[in-house]
Write a protein that binds this ligand. Structure first.
Ligand SMILES: [Zn+2]
Ligand SMILES: [Zn+2]
Length: 334
């Protein structure tokens, strides 16, 4: 069996004919294996879904209990129609996993979205060997070097002391980024209440329930006077700032926590005054270091800047090719 016969792209997503399952399908399928809960990877409406307990919990929170025909949490190595399947932590968001599939001595590790940087709100990435390693390439250009996230949070706290009359509005996506930013703020020693938009509450509660302490969180939608938010940190999905909800805060200072904030034009476009470069994806160094460390026979590259990473592999005498999967967004929930 060739790796390509074991797993290959289809319009619905990566497909394993022997096991008759898709990984992170973008359309409803009979059997789906899902790496993590971000909306472009985890969709509702599949027949049978296999994922970590935490990813299944996140899907139930977002889509309701009936999001799939049936669900299964893999324990160790499971057989799916004769294909050996196992899940391993990816370090991206809580519950995120890489999926390893193996048959007849050929194995493919689909890493999904992943990062190597320490993050107390996600399980630690586990290096997993296989014939083929499928890597994402969201930040797959040598210009992408993520700074120390704690230093980025330091900029936010410095700004708070410099502008105590301004509400500091931090744009964060609801799954992963919100809780990571909150935890970074706490680890920097800030223990005053943080104000959160209603869209963040359920997932913050879930992280708390899973043992990730986030400190005091208050609703930013309470009937507090706008002036009560002066010198406070308010966290919300970025879209909320443009909406009416975002207009009532006093002299808002717009921040946005995203790996994309190292692209100045993107920050400007979004009207971001204080960009915080905090990413839940690998930067260029993490991507290339991971490929070097795992040393697979072949590298397949998916969503993001596929060509640059493929070229890097070629320059380093590594077999590699782009997968050209469609349906995954480079910015949504980054
Ligand atoms: Zn993701
Ligand atoms: Zn993704």
């Amino acid at each position: 069996m060739t790796p390509d016969a074991l797993l290959h792209p289809r319009p619905e997503g990566l497909y394993c004919p022997a096991g008759d399952f898709h990984i992170d399908p973008v359309r409803p399928v009979a059997r789906a294996l899902i790496t993590h809960g971000h909306a472009d990877h985890a969709r509702a409406g599949h027949g049978a879904v296999m994922a970590t307990r935490r990813t299944l919990d996140v899907m139930a929170i977002r889509y309701g209990a009936g999001f799939a025909g049936s669900t299964q949490v893999p324990e160790g190595v499971v057989e799916v129609n004769g294909v050996r399947v196992s899940f391993h932590p990816a370090g991206h968001v809580l519950g995120s996993a890489q999926i390893r599939v193996e048959k007849d001595g050929v194995s493919v590790v689909a890493a999904g979205d992943y990062k190597r940087l320490a993050d107390p709100t996600a399980e630690v990435f586990e290096p997993v060997r296989g014939t083929v390693f499928i890597t994402e390439a969201t930040f797959g250009l040598p210009v992408f070097r993520h700074p120390n996230p704690q230093a980025e949070i330091g900029k936010l706290l410095t700004s708070l002391t410099r502008f105590p009359e301004r509400a500091h509005m931090v744009g964060v996506y609801a799954l992963g980024k919100a809780q990571r930013v909150i935890r970074l703020i706490r680890d920097a020693g800030y223990d005053a209440p943080l104000y959160i938009h209603g869209a963040l509450k359920k997932l913050c509660d879930y992280y708390e329930g899973e043992g990730i302490a986030l400190g005091p969180l208050l609703p930013a939608t309470s009937d507090a006077e706008p002036k009560d938010f002066a010198g406070r940190i308010v966290l919300a999905p970025p879209s909320a700032f443009a909406a009416k909800w975002g207009q009532r805060f006093p002299d808002p200072l717009i921040c946005f926590a995203s790996g994309w904030m190292q692209v100045r034009a993107r920050a400007r476009q979004r009207g971001v005054e204080l960009p915080l470069v905090i990413s839940d994806h690998c930067d260029w160094g993490e991507l290339t270091d991971t490929i070097t460390e795992l040393d697979p026979e072949e590298v397949w590259v998916t969503h993001g800047r596929e060509e640059a990473l493929v070229r890097w592999c070629a320059l380093n005498q590594r077999a590699a090719r782009p997968l050209h999967l469609v349906g995954y967004e480079d910015e949504a929930e980054e």
